[in-house]
Design a protein around this ligand. Structure first.
Ligand code: ZN
Length: 149
């Protein structure tokens, strides 16, 4: 289960909408697996990141690819540690596509953190779904997403 407050969710979706028609992305930091709720990640902050994907062809552009640079991960990890938190997930948008992970998403993901995908259609965020990569890394499983007040 991934829990995020309404205000952080809105901060995230504004960033994703602003990035339209390209994919936009960022990092979720928060609390991982507290002992009373194993497998429950609580988002405490949202780190907005530029999509570092460089277009290599017309088909593989930032319209359907995203990349968070290693530097941004390191910075987010340091920021999380400083606040006694962890990186609990990564989020990105799917412009004019469903909020389901692509084959490319699967290949660049790893188990243990949440992948939050938001469908942005015509510049407006629509559906949001959270996904976990199976330990076998062969497929994602949907996890419940709770937007709290
Ligand atoms: Zn994707």
């Amino acid at each position: 289960m991934l829990t995020i407050s309404r205000s952080l969710f809105d901060k995230m979706t504004r960033h994703l909408e602003a990035g339209y028609p390209y994919e936009a992305c960022g990092i979720l930091i928060g609390e991982m697996d507290d002992p009373t709720h194993p497998n429950h990640r609580l988002v405490r902050d949202v780190i907005l990141v530029a999509n570092a994907w460089e277009a290599v062809s017309a088909r593989e552009s930032r319209r359907n690819r995203y990349l968070i640079s290693p530097d941004e991960y390191v910075k987010a990890d340091r920021e999380a540690s400083r606040r006694g938190l962890d990186i609990v997930g990564v989020f990105h948008s799917h412009p004019d596509h469903p909020s389901q992970p692509s084959e490319m998403d699967r290949r660049q993901a790893w188990p243990g953190i949440s992948y939050l995908i938001v469908s942005v259609r015509g510049g407006k965020a629509t559906t949001a779904q959270a996904w976990l990569l199976r330990n076998e890394r062969d497929a994602f499983e949907e996890e419940s997403l709770v937007i709290s007040d």
